[in-house]
Design a protein around this ligand. Structure first.
Ligand code: SF4
Ligand code: SF3
Length: 535
């Protein structure tokens, strides 16, 4: 196997993923990507003609989402996606659309899993070892990983009824182009187009979430628990949480969030449920320890799942595109098995009071106090804003982000989002004239909100975003972060500090382009970086 799509890669992962992905599953995911390329060649033309059945769009984003890091480890599930991709391709072919055929247009999947894996080895070679040159390879990979991120956002938005054909058009175009030759400029443009498309996908998701659940409002979330039966929900999907909250109403079960579900407590249409109590645990990489101690049922709605320990394997459930071999998967959103499991389990024996954390500082809440913020900046009371955001992970180098927040001077404000925040989310950072110094914008899925805050501030101060007293200190792990980075590049945002390490799939020349044009910098030490930023 050859996989280097995420930050924790062994550069590359070959025998077994650091994430726990087996080589067979990795090959099948490559074969799925290849099958999707063949499908895309037809879907692209059919969409242009305005004749494409929306089931192809929905299928494509779900299939791409399943290949994102820490989403689906189940070879059987990936196999089914491969067969479905080919079925849909044949359906489109049958309509007589004229395309410039590629090899993937005629790919026939084998009957057995074993043979499919062999075909996957071939697909792996095509995806990663057919370099025209390492720079084009690098740009193609940035595009592919961005597509996976875009697909995740598009899927979440579509679940809530928000779609835009321009997003699907780009996905098909990029998948189709990957099978053809293009020069360096072509692929540089493709990367920026990925950024533009991702912005649209995130905008759709923002509209979907706020349209259905209202704008997040500042909310104190308890980190303790209530005596009684319990279900903890992890991942990112708001709709799954809503369905579960409805299905558990009046059943004597408290529902808790884990990881990236924390910001859900701020949405009016979710927080109204009395049995939606608090937040349990921290970021994804700590789940084995945290889930083992949780006395109830566990539901994974999206990434990041890691190998379930035996101690909780019979009480963890997956839904949506998530999968783990041997773990019960809820297909139809009837969460009865999760509820029954929670009722069987002991739950928490007593109440535990503990501190709370504040969430809900998304664009509407922050821009609601924009005048005050601007006044404080003008009065010199707020010197600088830091967006310390992105993914968490297991690498020790990630303590940089905790240290950064601890050392940021008292007259600075920290905006945060995504699961990287768990390194400092419960710190008491105080406030500046009533404005909290730590503002949680939301999930990684809410990066759009952070971008809107930055754009609104730049308008208010009448300067470009790069001239604002704002620095982006980002941590990346998976492919949604790659997509967000391409969006920031598309928006012309400069001086991003990126860590804990640079992507393995960025070649030295591509890195040089990023440094020369966008002044992207790898993180150094906190002291050096703070000194450089604040002067
Ligand atoms: Fe390795 Fe990351 Fe790929 Fe998993 S997703 S196999 S950890 S590079
Ligand atoms: Fe986290 Fe997996 Fe990226 Fe949503 S949950 S940010 S890593």
């Amino acid at each position: 196997m050859f996989c280097r799509q995420c930050e924790q890669t062994a550069n590359p992962c070959t025998k077994l993923g650091v994430c726990g992905k087996q080589p067979d599953t990795a090959y099948l995911q490559d074969l799925l990507t290849y099958a999707l390329q063949g499908l895309a060649t037809y879907a692209k033309e059919e969409l242009k003609e305005g004749k494409l059945d929306s089931k192809v769009n929905r299928f494509t984003v779900e299939a791409l989402f399943s290949t994102l890091t820490n989403v689906n480890f189940d070879s059987e599930a990936i196999k089914n996606f491969i067969y479905e991709a080919v079925n849909l391709r044949e359906e489109l072919k049958g309509k007589g659309i004229k395309v410039q055929e590629t090899e993937a247009c005629n790919f026939k999947p084998a009957d057995s899993l074993e043979e499919l894996v062999k075909q996957g080895e071939d697909a792996n070679r095509k995806l990663f070892h057919s370099y025209q040159n390492e720079d084009i390879q690098s740009l193609k990979e940035i595009t592919l990983y961005s597509l996976r991120g875009i697909a995740a956002y598009a899927d979440h938005a579509a679940i809530l009824g928000k779609e835009d054909n321009s997003v699907y058009a780009f996905i098909y175009d990029a998948l189709d182009s990957m099978q053809r030759n293009g020069d360096l400029n072509f692929w540089l443009n493709m990367v920026l187009k990925a950024g533009e498309t991702n912005l649209r996908a995130m905008e759709l998701l923002d509209a979907a979430n706020t349209g259905r659940y209202g704008h997040p409002v500042p909310t104190a979330v308890p980190l303790g628990y209530k005596k009684g039966k319990a279900i903890v929900v992890s991942g990112h999907d708001l709709r799954d949480l809503e369905i579960l909250l409805k299905q558990t109403e009046g059943k004597g079960i408290y529902v808790y969030t884990h990881g990236e579900m924390l910001p859900c407590h701020a949405y009016p249409e979710l927080k109204k449920y009395k049995h939606f109590y608090g937040h349990y645990g921290t970021a994804w990489q700590n789940q084995q320890k945290e889930f083992a101690q949780f006395p109830g049922a566990i539901l994974m709605t999206t990434n990041c799942i890691i190998r379930p320990l035996d101690s909780y394997k019979d009480r963890i459930f997956t839904t949506g595109v998530v999968g783990w071999p041997g773990v019960k998967h809820i297909k139809d959103k009837d969460f009865t098995p999760v509820i029954e499991k929670a009722l069987e389990l002991p739950g928490f024996p007593e109440d535990k009071e503990s501190k709370t954390v504040m969430v809900g500082f998304a664009r509407n809440a922050v821009l609601g106090v924009a005048d005050k913020v601007i006044e404080l900046v003008k009065a010199g009371k707020i010197r600088h804003f830091f967006l310390v955001g992105g993914c968490d992970g297991a690498k020790p180098g990630r303590s940089y982000y905790t240290e950064f927040v601890e050392k940021a001077p008292q007259d600075t404000v920290i905006l945060t989002l995504a699961c990287g925040k768990f390194r400092f989310f419960d710190k008491e950072l105080g406030s500046i004239d009533g404005i909290p110094r730590l503002l949680d914008v939301g999930q990684c899925n809410d990066a759009y909100s952070a971008i809107q805050i930055a754009l609104a501030l730049s308008k208010a101060f009448n300067v470009g975003v790069n001239e604002l007293p704002l620095s982006l200190i980002l941590s990346w792990f998976e492919q949604k972060a790659v997509a967000i980075l391409t969006t920031l590049l598309y928006l012309g945002i400069k001086n991003i500090r990126l860590g804990p390490s640079l992507p393995a799939f960025v070649s030295p020349n591509v890195l040089k382009v990023l440094v020369d044009n966008f002044n992207i910098k790898p993180i150094k030490t906190v002291d050096e970086d703070l000194k450089e930023i604040l002067g």
